[in-house]
Design a protein around this ligand. Structure first.
Ligand SMILES: [Zn+2]
Length: 467
């Protein structure tokens, strides 16, 4: 036996199953109690689910909820009331100070080429400074990478630096395409500002060629205030158009105006609810998503889906009368998008209170059809997690492998905790991510429910087989 947990699972399998072949590696697969419980969790989610209705309220009644906004506060109150109404054993708010950036007036941008004015859709990146009130106008230098910008150095002075490296379409996992481009958004201004750029425009992070700019967090790093430059995302169609026009007319002028600003940090909260463990009440399994979202959509996929699925996990336990051995906690993290203060605060408090977290699961990859889970864990558990594959496969959960987990649960990482990320199908996620198109109508009821059920199945297995 490679480890104690596998030994326990063999024992459980041997005592609770008929038709067993003890030599098979996938002993858990034929544990009838587990497969029956998982089936019940899915049945309940699909016939008596509530997560879609919860998401309707969060997305349509509250809407976009950037940290520090009135909507973020309304989302906190909504989450607390909802979990109290569901009769979770304990529900409370964990205070956390969050950055408070506001977009201001709708941004404007155009370029002029051969005396023709072409209006283009842009949106300020989170954390950016405003332009002067009348906007800024300048010649454009197009680059494909931070490295290229760095190499141009002083040539960037007084120019608008245009980062235009597109997604690599050959990645099947679309998060890899995103990961391959997002440095332009996050650090583009930090590089260009050092050399006195007038402004920064970044191609939107999406596969699609469309008219929607996608916002997201950016950072000036350690730049002095005088080196900070206004930074915005441009839609992919406009980026293509601008690039084409620059080839014909390298001296064309680009204009943009935005009035965003950073206010003092604001008080906010993580929203926490739990079902108390029957056997190990002081050992925790956390499941969560982030409650804040960008302001230009209603944050239905990012991360309203993860929020309601996490709440639904506990509700599915209640409906199936599953009394968890460990305390199962749902955490609605505040401020993932532009600061991660909620995730950091939760880990800080857990440490301070000597809480033993044995596992955490985050859903922050959208509400599409379930594909699997990635895990980031101490090696001794790998075999156990992989042994659950046959139990999860009937639900389309084939993709169980080592990988990342989630930004909010990342700060909990230690030698002893197992971190999991819920992985739905990712092909359409970046159509909506951080854009005005991330709205409730893009979420499919059944796909969302299947996700909640998948997460509840994993939490059930973690509660059953981890100590
Ligand atoms: Zn997110």
């Amino acid at each position: 036996m490679k480890n104690l947990f596998l030994a326990i699972s063999v024992l459980i399998a041997l005592t609770s199953c008929t038709n067993i072949n003890p030599t098979t590696a996938n002993v858990v697969a034929i544990n009838k109690t587990d497969s029956t419980t998982i089936k019940h969790l899915f049945n309940t989610a699909l016939t008596n689910g509530q997560c879609y209705q919860m998401l309707d309220v969060l997305s349509n009644d509250i809407g976009g909820r950037l940290s520090g906004s009135l909507e973020a506060q309304q989302a906190v109150e909504w989450g607390e009331k909802l979990m109290k109404d569901l009769n979770f054993d304990k529900v409370w708010l964990q205070p956390v100070m969050v950055p408070h950036w506001v977009r201001g007036e709708k941004e404007e941008a155009y370029f002029t080429s051969n005396n023709e004015k072409v209006n283009v859709p842009i949106c300020a990146l989170g954390g950016s400074i405003a332009t002067p009130e009348k906007g800024i106008e300048g010649e454009v230098i197009e680059v494909q990478s931070l490295k290229e910008a760095e190499g141009l150095g002083e040539k960037l002075r007084g120019k608008i630096v245009f980062y235009n490296r597109p997604f690599d379409h050959t990645f099947i996992q679309t998060f890899k395409a995103y990961g391959g481009c997002a440095d332009q958004r996050y650090s583009g201004a930090k590089v260009a500002g050092k050399f006195g750029a007038l402004g920064v425009i970044v191609r939107s992070m999406t596969h699609n060629i469309d008219d929607y700019p996608h916002t997201g967090a950016m950072s000036y790093g350690n730049l002095k205030d005088s080196e900070k430059t206004p930074t915005a995302a441009i839609s992919t169609r406009a980026a293509e158009q601008l690039s084409k026009s620059l080839k014909e007319n390298p001296n064309l002028k680009f204009y943009f105006k935005q009035s965003c600003k950073t206010l003092p940090d604001a008080p906010s909260f993580n929203v926490i609810g739990e079902l108390t463990g029957s056997k190990f009440p002081d050992r925790f399994i956390t499941v969560g998503g982030h409650l804040d979202s960008w302001d230009i959509g209603d944050g239905a996929h990012d991360d309203g889906a993860g929020v309601v699925q996490s709440i639904e996990v506990l509700r599915l336990f209640q409906l199936n009368n599953i009394k968890p051995k460990h305390t199962i906690r749902v955490v609605l993290f505040m401020n993932e998008e532009n600061g991660l203060r909620g995730g950091k605060k939760y880990a800080e408090e857990a440490k301070k209170n000597n809480e033993i977290h044995i596992a955490a699961l985050e859903s922050d990859s959208g509400g599409h059809t379930p594909r699997g889970f990635s895990f980031d864990a101490n090696n001794k558990h790998h075999e156990l997690f992989l042994s659950w594959k046959p139990l999860l496969a009937p639900y389309g959960l084939h993709d169980i492998k080592k990988g990342g987990s989630g930004a909010d649960i990342g700060p909990l990482k230690s030698e002893t905790i197992s971190l999991f990320g819920y992985k739905p199908d990712s092909q359409r996620y970046f159509d909506y991510h951080h854009a005005a198109t991330d709205t409730f109508d893009k979420v499919h009821k059944r796909e969302l429910e299947l996700g909640a059920a998948s997460m509840s199945a994993l939490v059930y297995l973690l509660d059953t087989y981890l100590q």
